[in-house]
Every structure is written in C-alpha cells, then in structure tokens.
Design a protein around this ligand. Structure first.
Ligand code: GDP
Length: 351
C-alpha cells in the first residue's frame, strides 16, 4: 500500500518543485539591500554569507550590497572587546547587550576568531553563548567568519559591520580573543577598544602584552563580585598606575580602569556611560570621524597589499590611480574593498 505522503507527492509534484526552486532562487543585490534597510535579520544574514563566500561570482554582488549600505548614514558606536578565554567576554556582551536593547538600542555582535579556521574547536563559537541576547529581537549575533588568513577573516567582519549598521544596529560589538594578532585587526575596525581582565593574586601586571594594554581605551576588571571584590578593587588601582606609564593618546583620551561583574550586572552601566563620554570627547575634537576615515583608508591599503605586494609600488600609473581612489573613499563614494578591486583589475590587465 502506498503511503499518503507518496500520494500527495504524486498529486502536487509541480507545487513541490516550485517551492524547491523558489527556495533556491537567488536574491538580487537590490532585494538584499532593501531587506537589510527594512531591518530583516534573515536578509542581513544572507548578505553576510554572500560576502563571506569565496566564489568569484559572489564578489561583485556582495560589493553592490555593501555600496548601497555604505551610502546610508549611521550613528553607530563600534566597540571592540578582547580578553583571554574565560575572562567573561560572552557574559559581559550578554549583560551589556541586554542593558542596551532595554534602553531601545539595536545591538549587533560580531567576532574575529582566527582559531575557528585552524581547528574545529573555535574559542568563540564552540559553546552555547549569549542565549538571552540571541533571542532578543533587537540583537543580531554572528559567529566569526572562517578563513585561512587573519586578514581575510578580519576583512569579512569589517564588511559585516557596514551591513549591520545599514540594518539599523547602532551598537556594534566585535569580540576577539587575546591570543595573537587578532586584537590589532579588531582595534583597526572599532571606535573604542575594551580590554577585559581578571584580578590576580598580586600578579596583576604579569602576562599582559604591552601592545594590547597600549591599544586599550579602557580596562574592565571583570568578576568583581563575592570574595573577588576586594582583589578587583586592588587591581583597578594597580592597572591605573600601570596605564599612566604609557604615552598619552593622540586623541587626548586618558584610558580608564573600571571594575564590573557581568554575572551580577554591576559596573556595566558605568562602563557604557564611560564609552559614551569617550564618543562625545572624540566627536568634539574631531577624532571620531578622523579615526574612521583613517581606518577605511588603512583597510583599503591593506587589501590591495595582500594581493599584489611589491609589484604595485614599482609602477607610476598605479600610484596615480591609488591617489584618486583614496579621495573617493574619503568622500564615501566607494567602499575601500571595491576600490581595491578596481585597482587590481587595472593591474592584472597590464600583467
Ligand atoms: P569568555 O570565554 O571570555 O567568553 O568567558 P565566558 O563569558 O564564557 O565566562 C567564563 C566563565 O566565567 C563562565 O563560567 C561564566 O559564568 C563566568 N563569569 C563570567 N562573568 C562573570 C562574573 O562577572 N562573575 C563571576 N563570578 N563569574 C563570571
């Protein structure tokens, strides 16, 4: 005897194949961009998958979407968060993220985790993380893209920021682990760089990479709760003293050291207020916009460098083209990555 399901398939084969082809149907760049502008999370996720794709056919389409998104004005704050595994990054992001969505913000969480491409057990993605925030309609969480080079992984996250902003996310958090060069990459795509630390038993200043301390706009001593609270207070004093030894920042901001408990939700609001003070400070002295422009220019240059190395520097015609594209980027007329593609096309033609 035939099963009812088989019968159904016989009766409606056309309908079933239509549904299947609709599912497979490619969405145009215009529809993707419109979906993003409408704040449609599924469309945003699809667009990010497109830009993460290594298929050459997807490159131009992804760039069309990015360009449309670049043209949208945004008032976002990009916040980088780093710290060793176990310091409480995901707990911190969850608590801060929930606080922010409760205040009416839209929060996107992205990650740069170079370990995810090297081994199956990625540091940032192998556990159930940020469960509450993941269910929040005003939050969007995307794990780290995979890839063979940190440059590639970071570039994809950098481009995802643009798409999230166009979708109306006004707070973008980019998480990374304190295990190598990834902090430098994240630092170069955010407005504010936060280092999460734990208080130690009198050895607060050991094992901290000088470079990371220097990059931080603030240090937050997490897990300042229970029996750890006194040690956390001590760590705040010690780190503040240590930070004073570094040269002043170009923007005039004096890095702060604060304590918090992601678990008990203490000190989190204060940290966010400090981030807002930083933004106000940098907007007032013009550094905020200047820094973003500088970052855009750097990403453009880095992308070009990745592909063509020294060859580029030997030809005068390429240098002129580069100067013109830099001006266009400054005027928000073109994305740094698409500008790189234009230049590369010209070079390969002459090769
Ligand atoms: P990540 O690896 O840096 O993302 O750290 P997680 O957020 O996964 O936290 C690591 C562990 O520390 C988990 O068991 C958390 O429950 C715990 N934890 C995180 N924040 C706090 C905190 O503020 N206080 C305490 N006591 N534990 C925390």
């Amino acid at each position: 005897m035939k099963s009812p399901l088989t019968e159904e398939n016989k009766i409606y084969p056309d309908t079933i194949s239509k549904i299947k082809s609709l599912r497979k149907k490619e969405i145009s760049a215009e529809d993707l961009a419109q979906g993003i502008f409408d704040g449609n999370k599924a469309m945003l996720a699809k667009a990010i998958t497109l830009l993460e794709s290594t298929k050459p056919a997807h490159f131009d389409k992804a760039n069309t979407v990015i360009e449309k998104c670049l043209a949208r004005p945004n008032k976002s704050i990009r916040l980088g968060i780093t710290g060793v595994p176990g310091v409480g990054k995901s707990s911190f992001i969850e608590t801060l993220g929930k606080t922010l969505t409760d205040q009416g913000n839209k929060v996107a969480v992205l990650a740069v985790d170079p370990t995810s491409s090297l081994s199956k057990g990625s540091i940032l993605g192998d556990k159930t993380r940020m469960e509450t925030l993941a269910k929040d309609p005003n939050a969007f969480i995307r794990p780290s893209p995979s890839g063979t080079s940190l440059g590639g992984v970071a570039r994809k996250t950098r481009e995802s920021i643009i798409l999230c902003e166009a979708a109306g996310y006004n707070v973008i958090m980019v998480e990374t682990v304190g295990v190598g060069q990834s902090e430098i990459a994240v630092h170069s795509m955010v407005d504010f760089f936060l280092l999460l630390k734990l208080s130690g038993a009198g050895d607060e200043l050991q094992g901290i990479k000088r470079g990371i301390m220097e990059m931080a706009d603030a240090i937050a001593i997490n897990k300042a709760d229970g029996s750890n609270l006194e040690r956390a207070k001590l760590a705040v004093t010690e780190f503040s003293r240590a930070l004073h030894l570094y040269p002043p920042k170009a923007n005039g901001w004096v890095p702060k050291v604060m304590k918090c408990s992601a678990m008990e939700n203490t000190g989190i609001t204060e940290i966010w207020e400090m981030v807002q003070q930083f933004v106000a400070h940098n907007k007032k002295n013009g550094f905020f916009e200047k820094n973003r422009k500088l970052q855009n220019k750097n990403w453009f240059l880095q992308t070009v460098d990745e592909y063509i190395k020294q060859f580029f520097h030997q030809k005068e015609t390429f240098k002129k083209e580069q100067a013109a594209l830099l001006t266009a980027i400054e005027e928000h007329k073109i994305s740094p990555f698409y500008a790189a593609k234009i230049l590369l096309d010209k070079i390969t033609k002459e090769l």
